[in-house]
Design a protein around this ligand. Structure first.
Ligand code: 0X9
Ligand code: ZN
Length: 326
């Protein structure tokens, strides 16, 4: 039973998925979109209220476009290079925040109308192997747990350098011992293959792709592999700023919106770069959750619910703004 006053491993998160799916069988379906290197399930929740489907198909017929379909990709194993100076931990706040958000959307009557408007495709844990390893091995682990060279001692690939957009370009490492190792080839990891295949099968429906990370309180816009911006960057920036404002309202938590190199560093082979640049999903972006580095990855669990509340505010603001536009 998740209580959001502690951080959990994937088997506990999946137990919550099963429980809430049993509680709302008419709204939620789950499916496996693949298996991790170590054989863990890569689970996707579809949160799609039947009445919504009616309503959405009307929108589809009248405007040509359906209400937003949203994917949250969880990359459980990332950290900023400059955070090496801090006490390190993992991006545990990402799954904690998004599970809280979906629990709230489903169980708090105040959000019933919001559920009518969106068809969510939600991956609670994209890197369950890495997450398990942060709980029982190396708390600082960022990568997957795949082994690509039996002659060498290092393992794991940075899943967020493994997508096929400028694969092996700036901000990724050829060194398999690096935290930023891009892998032997694009989509070498079962975790990134699962996202690729699901997106390619659903790209005409998916209007928003949101990649959730921590930390730094940033709304990251494409691209990460180049300082060139997409032609429609102004649209993404406008929506990002709407999310930024909504995130600030409740607790005055400051988020900053901008392109990846403007706000951080070059990062090639990133998931939302591929989703926008190759799969053609217009609103593909990322968010780095709390905090600004005081606790960093060791964010106390008593911040999970506040993070959930403000992030839900931000998500609803941007999803509705994009839906209104469509
Ligand atoms: O470096 C990353 O993968 C992300 N930051 S993190 O500290 N969570 O590791 C930023 C990724 C930027 N996204 C893309 N280039 N698509
Ligand atoms: Zn990350």
């Amino acid at each position: 039973k998740l209580t959001w006053d502690a951080y959990y491993d994937s088997h506990e998160i999946y137990a919550w998925v099963d429980e809430i799916t049993a509680q709302f069988p008419e709204i939620i379906t789950t499916q496996s979109i693949g298996k991790s290197t170590k054989g863990r399930e890569l689970m996707l929740m579809r949160i799609n209220k039947p009445s919504d489907q009616q309503k959405i198909s009307v929108f589809l017929n009248s405007t040509g476009i359906i209400a937003g379909l949203i994917i949250f990709q969880q990359d459980e194993s990332c950290f900023f290079r400059d955070s090496m100076k801090d006490i390190h931990a993992r991006e545990w706040i990402t799954s904690a925040t998004t599970t809280w958000i979906f629990n709230e959307l489903l169980t708090n009557e105040a959000y019933a109308a919001e559920l009518d408007k969106f068809d969510f495709h939600y991956v609670p844990v994209l890197n369950p192997d890495g997450l398990a390893y942060t709980h029982n091995g190396d708390r600082l682990w960022r990568k997957t747990l795949s082994e690509h060279n039996s002659f060498w001692r290092c393992f794991g690939v940075d899943a967020n350098r493994n997508f096929d957009k400028s694969f092996g370009g700036p901000g990724a490492s050829h060194d398999e011992c690096s935290e930023l190792y891009h892998g032997p080839s694009a989509f070498s990891e079962p975790e990134t293959q699962a996202v690729r295949d699901y997106i390619l099968a659903n790209k005409d429906d998916i209007k928003i792709y949101l990649d959730v990370h921590s930390y730094s309180q940033l709304i990251l816009l494409p691209y990460g592999d180049t300082s060139e911006k997409p032609d429609d960057y102004a649209d993404l920036l406008e929506k990002g700023l709407i999310m930024e404002d909504a995130l600030r309202e409740r607790y005055e938590t400051d988020y900053v919106t901008g392109s990846v190199p403007e706000l951080t560093y070059y990062a090639s082979g990133g998931s939302f770069d591929w989703v926008k640049g190759k799969a053609g999903v217009k609103y593909a972006m990322g968010i780095e959750l709390r905090d600004l580095g005081h606790y960093g990855f060791l964010l106390p669990a008593n911040q999970i619910i506040p993070s959930g509340k403000e992030t839900l505010d931000g998500f609803l603001a941007i999803f509705n703004a994009i839906r209104d536009e469509i």
